[in-house]
Ligand binder design. Structure first.
Ligand code: ZN
Length: 251
């Protein structure tokens, strides 16, 4: 099976369209989305429709839940709050209901999908230290956990016997072709594909992950898109200028 792994699209239709066009030239059996389809960007409804049209399996992110009232807006900074209130007003009852019903975690084949971290997906914590990563590995019941939220791609390998992380790949050149083995008794993996719609690793291009479960390869791909149009739409919507500016910087 070949999987496309998308996360943190954040209402950026220009980035999502460029990624989907690039993926259409590949054989993709299943689309997986790790949450935060909406929030920040100017096209939340169109992004949701695009994911539904490819039957993507989705989990909810903090922005998705906040739009529906399932997560308190007090959790967010001012720019995010403004964008979330605006986003909620753009979405129909049906679209909000679809977001409301997104699970926090789900399992697809060998993968556990979550927006932020196991074992407490409802806390939407940022994965910043080794102890948190070890918690993910000891909680995850499948060989690989797929997570987003940080907007920064990475791949971690955990040795179950040694109880430690033995591989941590974060540099772009390390993530272009990564091997893994299907041995859940001895090895576990954590893969973050980065963000489609608001990358924060200094590369403004959209980020998307591919997994080939037969070849046992994972890769991160960067796709250039029309940043200027996405910025213009954010400005025209009256959303905070910072949300447009940061797209060009990839920060
Ligand atoms: Zn996000």
């Amino acid at each position: 099976m070949r999987y496309a792994v998308l996360s943190d699209i954040h209402g950026n239709l220009e980035a999502l369209t460029a990624v989907m066009d690039a993926l259409s030239r590949q054989r993709i059996d299943q689309y997986l989305c790790l949450g935060d389809v909406v929030g920040y960007g100017a096209d939340p409804a169109a992004c949701l429709a695009r994911l539904h049209s490819c039957d993507a399996v989705m989990v909810g992110g903090n922005h998705d839940l906040a739009c529906t009232g399932k997560l308190d807006l007090g959790w967010f900074n001012d720019a995010a709050k403004t964008a979330l209130t605006w986003t909620r007003d753009q979405l129909s009852f049906t679209e909000l209901d679809a977001l409301r019903r997104l699970p926090l975690t789900t399992v697809v084949g060998p993968f556990t999908l979550v927006h932020a971290t196991l074992p407490h997906p409802e806390r939407f914590e940022y994965l910043v230290d080794v102890a948190q990563a070890v918690d993910v590995f000891t909680t995850c019941r499948t060989p690989m956990c797929l997570a987003g939220h940080t907007h920064i791609p990475c791949f971690l390998e955990y040795d179950c016997a040694q109880r430690r992380i033995v591989r941590h790949l974060a540099a772009a050149q390390e993530l272009t072709d990564v091997s893994f083995t299907d041995t859940p008794q001895t090895r576990r993996y954590l893969f973050n594909p980065g963000s489609v719609g608001q990358p924060r690793d200094g590369d403004p291009r959209a980020s998307v992950g591919l997994i080939d479960s037969e070849a046992q390869r994972v890769s991160v791909h960067r796709v250039p898109y029309d940043v200027a149009t996405a910025q213009r739409k954010i400005q025209r919507a009256g959303l905070p200028g910072f949300l447009a500016d940061r797209l060009a910087a990839g920060r």
